[in-house]
Ligand binder design. Structure first.
Ligand code: ADP
Ligand code: MG
Length: 630
């Protein structure tokens, strides 16, 4: 047999390597920014067009490259940063693999312009898919400019896999933040489609964080400072009272490099133990400095994971450092989430109205007011539900509004008049749904199993409904309807809420404003870094607003661009997800019945909006068979 093994040509090898290094436009941004930092730049400018799909350009005023180096920099394993394996244990630079430029040049059109301090003219190079197109002498400023155009032009599968511009831009902004946060002495500017998104002047760490996350961040930060033999820790934690509900701003840096570290995150969370409100996450900006010999940053191609020599010690020190600063700044003893903390510190005076009121009041609830029965249902009062309502459902309306359970935003007042209950059961006869072929039998009672499933009898046997998924389906259809029909009911807030978000998040809210308002929100985005909320959908509680909105941001940022994707859909899915009654919530009889009936009034009752089964049936035949086997 003849030999069959060949060495891959360089451009193919580079393309394969590129798959590791460059997953999306944000990966290019990270590599180029880090190269600029390594080159000793003091001013770095990032320009992106169409979320980096058309252009990513980084301009720095660093050391620049000679014409030979400029050409060499695109070769694989070409680096000026290490020369022996030993150097790996004393890294002071971001890069060291010499792979980034070679990888990027393999899958894009790249234009490089660079000049060193002592040369009068610089070099300009054009490379497309690893092939050198031109190299010329060029007049250019000291430093380097690299423009990366048409990313993945020669790998259509990769290009098609990219997500929407808003998602890709979000990833780019994340990388930009991470590099900018680690290097506050360098000034960074970022433009997207010609608009300036961030302008971060040279500053200290606190100012840099505030410049990125908005002016109100300043008062939320508590410094952390701990110097030990093994690690120096400094930075800030966010006071527990400002903790975010779904995901916090969580940043670890080791030797000025952003890292993710689940174990250390656990250390910080442990230090916050008992101080965070339910479901909230700690936010932190913590910078560690260690001897480069004691870490291994080589374990992941994109290098966000780091291994510490003595992980356990770092864990303990981290937890102690955070605990110490929580104690030192008197956070720990005064924490009592039911108390109005604005009396504790002068900080919150400035923002008195921004504090979300901590007492939950159902403003619609007045058991003595028969009038309010006319307004909407507990599911959001959409006209849509009313349309399908049969006689018994109308009889039910009075009950729906008597919402007493503040937590679920769904459950109803336990007190029912005998008359109401009677009407329901009498008329509850053969309510069928053609889509499912399910017919409920006369006077079927609905039970709750483990606060998770609803069990009801049907003609052929038994129906078992997943309460969370079923409610998701109901809310989803209702929200979709509201967003398009624009007739939802809004509850006015006595004290408008003011929630803080960063510039990128505000931009997402601006995009979603109309749809959100159609669901019942009344938003004010006129103020920088703040969303003012004076009205909310009648189906959610004031205390749930930040959870719903944060979940929404998260979902919009990670949306998957499938064929049927639309922003309305993402919004409806996201809100249905966070508003739906959860497993573990106990539902009273009226709520149970209502959930079952509303589910079968849905267009597609069989599946949740996430394509999960909402119910299963168990027929008498199946039961018979089970018993006859034994
Ligand atoms: P690495 O950063 O791992 O060394 P890269 O492929 O990112 O590998 O870069 C290769 C080399 O090109 C670097 O080692 C550096 O010498 C040079 N280089 C890249 N970007 C710049 C820049 N912005 N300014 C000066 N030199 C640069
Ligand atoms: Mg590099």
């Amino acid at each position: 047999m003849t030999d069959i093994i060949k060495l891959l040509p360089d451009h193919v090898a580079n393309q394969i390597a590129a798959g590791e290094v460059v997953q999306r436009p944000a990966s290019v941004v990270k590599e180029l920014l880090e190269n600029a930092v390594d080159a000793g730049a003091t001013h770095i400018k990032l320009i992106v067009k169409n979320a980096g799909k058309t252009l990513i350009q980084v301009i720095d005023d660093g050391n620049g490259m000679s014409d030979t180096d400029a050409r060499l920099s695109f070769e694989r394993h070409a680096t000026s940063k290490i020369s022996s394996a030993n150097d790996l244990f004393g890294l002071h630079t971001k890069g060291f693999r010499g792979e980034a430029l070679a990888s990027i040049a393999a899958i894009a059109h790249v234009e490089l312009k660079t000049r060193t301090e002592d040369e009068e003219v610089g070099t300009s190079i054009e490379i497309e898919g690893s092939a050198l197109k031109s190299q010329e002498v060029a007049a250019t400023l000291k430093g380097t400019s690299i423009a990366v155009k048409n990313l993945f032009f020669n790998i259509p599968a990769r290009r098609n896999f990219l997500k929407s511009d808003s998602v890709e831009l979000r990833h780019i902004i994340d990388e930009f933040h991470r590099v900018a946060m680690a290097h506050e002495r360098i000034s960074f500017v970022m433009y997207n489609n010609d608009g300036e998104l961030f302008n971060l002047p040279e500053s200290n760490k606190r100012q840099r964080i505030v410049n990125i996350f908005g002016g109100k961040t300043n008062e939320k930060l508590v410094p952390v400072e701990e110097e030990t033999e093994i690690v120096n820790i400094h930075g800030f934690i966010v006071k527990p009272e400002f903790a975010k509900k779904t995901k916090g701003e969580q940043f670890f840096f080791v030797n000025d490099r952003f890292i993710k570290h689940a174990y250390l995150n656990h250390a910080v969370t442990a230090a916050f133990d008992g101080l965070l409100p339910d479901r909230a996450r700690a936010s932190y900006f913590l910078y560690m400095h260690v001897d480069p010999k004691t870490i291994d940053i080589n374990i992941h191609p994109t290098k966000t994971e780091v291994k510490f020599e003595d992980e356990h010690a770092v864990y303990t020190l981290m937890r102690a450092a955070v605990k110490h600063s929580l104690g030192q700044f008197n956070i720990a003893p005064v924490l009592d989430f039911d108390r109005d903390t604005s009396f504790d510190t002068p900080y919150s005076y400035k923002n008195k109205e921004a504090e979300s009121p901590r007492v939950d009041v159902d403003r619609n609830f007045n058991p003595f007011d028969s009038e309010h029965k006319k307004h909407g249902s507990s599911f959001g009062g959409s006209p849509y539900q009313k349309k399908d309502a049969t006689g018994w459902e109308q009889a039910f309306d009075g009950l729906e509004n008597n919402r007493a359970d503040k937590k679920s935003g769904f459950s109803h007042l336990q007190v029912e008049t005998d008359q109401d209950a009677e009407t329901i059961f009498e008329e509850r006869e053969s309510r069928g749904n053609s889509a499912t072929g399910i017919e409920q039998s006369r006077s079927a009672a609905t039970y709750q199993l483990h606060n998770k499933y609803l069990v009801s009898t049907i003609k052929s046997g038994m129906l078992i409904i997943d309460q969370h998924r079923a409610h998701q389906r109901i809310l989803y259809e209702e929200l979709l309807k509201n967003i398009t029909v624009k007739e939802s009911v809004s509850q006015q807030l006595l004290f408008p809420l003011r929630l803080d978000f960063n510039a990128a998040e505000i931009a997402i809210f601006a995009q979603l404003k109309e749809s959100l308002e159609n669901t019942g929100f009344v938003l004010d985005l006129s103020e920088e870094n703040t969303v003012g909320i004076s009205g909310i959908p009648s189906s959610i509680q004031e205390s749930e607003v930040s959870i719903v909105l944060e979940q929404l941001l998260d979902d919009v940022q990670h949306e998957v661009p499938d064929a049927g994707f639309s922003q309305t859909d993402v919004l409806a899915k996201s809100m249905a997800k966070s508003m739906a009654v959860r497993p573990g919530e106990s539902l009273n009889e009226a709520s149970r019945d209502h959930l079952v009936n509303t589910l079968f009034a849905c267009k597609e009752p069989n599946f949740s909006p996430f394509n999960k089964k909402t119910f299963i049936t168990l027929t008498v035949d199946e039961l018979d068979r089970k018993f006859s086997a034994h």
